[in-house]
Design a binder for this molecule. Sequence first.
Ligand code: 16G
Length: 250
Amino acid sequence: MESALALEYQRICNDPAVYQPLAYLRLRRAIRNIVERRGIEPGQTLPSERDLAQTLKLSRVTVRKAIAGLVEDGLLHQRHGAGTFVAERIVKPMSRLTSFTEDLRERGLSPRSEFFERSLGEVTPEESMALNLSPGSIVARLHRVRYGQDEPLAIERSAVPASLLPDPMLVSDSLYEALERFNARPRRALQRLRAVSLNAHQARLLHVSAGSAGLNIERRSFLDDGRVVEFTCSWYRGDIYDFVAELQTD
Ligand code: 16G
C-alpha cells in the first residue's frame, strides 16, 4: 500500500494538470485517490506517520497535516495508540453541503438509487410550507432507496419546485447533478436530525430488523437568492452513519 501511495503521490507531483504547490494538499489528494480506488480497504491501517514521511521524503508535520484534514472529512479515523484507519462507518461532516453521491464516491463506494416514484404534482400543504410555494404550485417528487455498492443505506423523499426541476425523470442518479444542469444547485441548507426506530417497512427496504435505530433528517436547501430548492426527508441507517459537526465558541 505504501508503494502505491508513493507512486500516486509522485504522479500528482509530476502532473502539470494538478497545480498544487502545497505538499500536504498533494498528499491529501493522493491518499484520497488510493482510498477511492480501494487500494486501502475500510478498516485497514495506514502506514505510520514516520514511515510515510520517510518513504515520501516529507516532513512529519506535512504528513500529520494531510492526515488531520482527512480525519476531519471523515475518510480516516484515528484511535489513540492504535494508528490511523480508513473509516468503516460512513462519517458525514455536517459543515459541508454535499450530496449522497459525492459522499459515497469520496469513500470509493459506488452510489446508486432505486426509485419508487419520480413524478410531478401539486404541492401538499406540508411541501408548500417547506418550499415557500403557494398552493397549486407544481413540484417534482422523488422517492428512492439509496445504495452504496449493493447495500441500502438510506431512504429519501424529496420535493423540488418544478420551476427549478421541470422533469423529475432527468434525475437518473444524483439530484444535485441534475439541479446543477439547471443552475440550481443548492448553496446552503438547514437540517434537522432526529433519532428514530425504523418501522417494519423502512427496515425491510434497508435490510435491517424492524425497530433498528435510524436517523431521520429533514433538509431544506436554498439558492443564493433565498429560493428553497429542496425539501428532503431522509431515513439513514443508524448502524452505519455518524454525523459529525465541528463546533466553535463565539
Ligand atoms: C443527501 C441529502 C439530501 C439530498 C441528497 C442529494 C442528507 C441528510 N441529505 O442525501 O437532502 O437531496 O444528498 O444527493 O445529507 P444526490 O445528488 O446524490 O441525489
